[in-house]
Design a protein around this ligand. Structure first.
Ligand SMILES: *[C@@H]1O[C@H](CO)[C@@H](O)[C@H](O)[C@H]1NC(C)=O
Length: 486
């Protein structure tokens, strides 16, 4: 009898150990590439048996994950403030289209500064907050220029995990520890690879100082008011608690997931509760390619060049002369080219294939893929390192310049300046990367370094989410820097 009880206890204990947690993912960023993170978290957590509720402006794509434990909260309403059609390559070639450039700036700032509010005000989110039968064990929220989403964890009275879209930068690190040192850590939107010159160090310091002042002047009070107005009533309705002050909630994140890895980013001094999980959304064995693409890639005797400017900066928006110049360069190459282009082009050279949508992982994973011509977004750079493919980078803006400068510095890439007449430079860069083996060798080497780790980043992320829940907010990982004021 004693033994039976003991066995029963053991079974019970193991059942409790693998308890399913209820997780809330707040990822309403309007740019589609950001949903890569959200869906990646969702898939790993669902795969580990947890329940996932995801706040996303792309509900249709989220539902395609197709899992009975997934609940989708639709905030596609806020897509109305996002006009992706203004993000055109033409507009960035800015001399000619200054007004277009300002449109980009306007949309970007709207996107940065008002979609969070829209998200919280959204009826579906309000319904979720009002639903007193729902409880969450942990909230994971993307940090993107606003601290407001900390309020979700306050309402549901559970630990908060921040997710950094790029490598953890000084702005998001200061929420869980302290700002990184500007003497050797760059701001994400400024291309600088250490060692910094004195001028660069002063520049980095100035960027931090200006942004900090800007945030303090314009956003701190707005975020605080929104926290009180938009989340306060929900905390009150749930009864048992006073609304904690925003200043406390803000610095109460338990963990930070950084979308990075030192192999393609920068090695950094990080607090114990910051975990680098860059690439967790990539499957080691990608889905099989569509048959036609598979055939094209299999039969490319001289290898394949894959060309994609990502999901926001569409190749179709390049000026026509630029497109025809690029085609001319391609037509003189022996390689097969797969160009992700959102339109048909007349008089295509035989070796150029246009695809409207590209299964990027599958293409990069193919052994015949020799080169990736990319805008250098963080997702593309991560994926190219994951599969070990060298790069020609044509950065358009934001963090892309830094990503490509780093790739050049690390020896697996060449950079081409975005310009009307980039074709000649592009030709030289392609020839250099294809003819000089060092780029390919370096890409393979870095890929091996990236994969040389105790567990996959996906397994790591599941572990840390569970750890945070099991330890009720992982207080032992908290940085003592947060005990100091300012
Ligand atoms: C801070 O987080 C911990 C752990 O998640 C939680 O128990 C506590 O209530 C939070 N404090 C505030 C002020 O939100």
């Amino acid at each position: 009898m004693k033994w039976l009880c003991f066995a029963l206890l053991l079974v019970l204990k193991s059942a409790l150990d693998c308890e399913a947690y209820n997780t809330l993912l707040v990822f309403p960023n309007l740019s589609k590439s950001h949903t890569t993170l959200a869906f990646g978290y969702a898939k790993h957590l669902l795969g580990a048996g947890h329940e996932v509720t995801i706040v996303t402006p792309y509900p249709k794509e989220a539902k395609e994950i197709g899992h009975p434990k997934l609940r989708v909260v639709d905030v596609s309403e806020s897509l109305k403030i996002f006009t992706p059609e203004v993000f055109t390559i033409k507009a960035v070639l800015w001399n000619e289209t200054m007004s277009q450039y300002w449109k980009i700036m306007k949309t970007t700032s709207k996107m940065f500064f008002s979609y969070e509010e829209e998200t919280i005000r959204n009826q579906n989110v309000q319904d979720l907050l009002n639903d007193h039968t729902t409880h969450f064990d942990v909230v994971i929220a993307e940090w993107f220029h606003s601290d407001m989403f900390a309020g979700f964890a306050t309402v549901f009275n559970c630990p908060l995990i921040w997710s950094s879209t790029t490598e953890a930068h000084w702005m998001v690190l200061s929420l869980i520890d302290e700002a990184s040192n500007p003497a050797y850590t760059p701001d994400m939107n400024s291309a600088a690879v250490p060692p910094f010159s004195l001028a660069q160090r002063m520049m980095q310091f100035t960027i931090q100082a200006i942004f900090k002042a800007f945030k303090f002047m314009y956003f701190s009070s707005r975020d605080k008011t929104n926290y009180e107005v938009l989340f306060g009533p929900h905390v009150a309705k749930r009864g048992n608690r006073e609304l904690p002050p925003f200043e406390e909630v803000l610095y109460n994140g338990t963990l930070l997931f950084s979308n990075s890895h030192p192999v393609y980013g920068q090695s950094m001094r990080l607090p114990a509760n910051c975990k680098e999980i860059g690439g967790f959304w990539i499957e080691r064995e990608p889905k099989p390619l569509p048959q036609d693409l598979q055939k094209i890639m299999d039969s490319a005797y001289h290898g394949v060049i894959y060309f994609s400017m990502g999901s926001i900066w569409k190749s179709k928006d390049m000026p026509d002369t630029m497109k025809s110049d690029i085609l001319r360069v391609f037509s003189n190459l022996q390689q097969t080219i797969i160009w992700k282009l959102e339109e048909e082009l007349p008089d295509l050279p035989k070796n150029v294939h246009i695809v409207k949508w590209a299964p990027q992982h599958g293409i990069l994973a193919h052994p015949n893929c020799r080169l990736f011509i990319t805008h250098g977004g963080i997702f593309s750079v991560t994926e190219t390192v994951f599969f070990g493919v060298p790069v020609v980078g044509i950065p358009v803006g934001y963090d892309q310049t830094l990503n490509i400068d780093r790739a050049v510095h690390k020896g697996f890439a060449r950079k081409v300046q975005l310009a009307y007449d980039l074709a000649d430079d592009l030709k030289l860069a392609i020839e250099e990367v294809l003819s000089n083996d060092s780029y390919r060798i370096r890409a393979k080497e870095l890929s091996q370094m990236y994969h040389d780790r105790p567990v996959s980043p996906g397994a790591e992320l599941v572990h840390w989410v569970e750890h945070v829940v099991r330890t009720r907010g992982a207080p032992h990982l908290r940085s003592p820097a947060l005990m100091l004021q300012f």
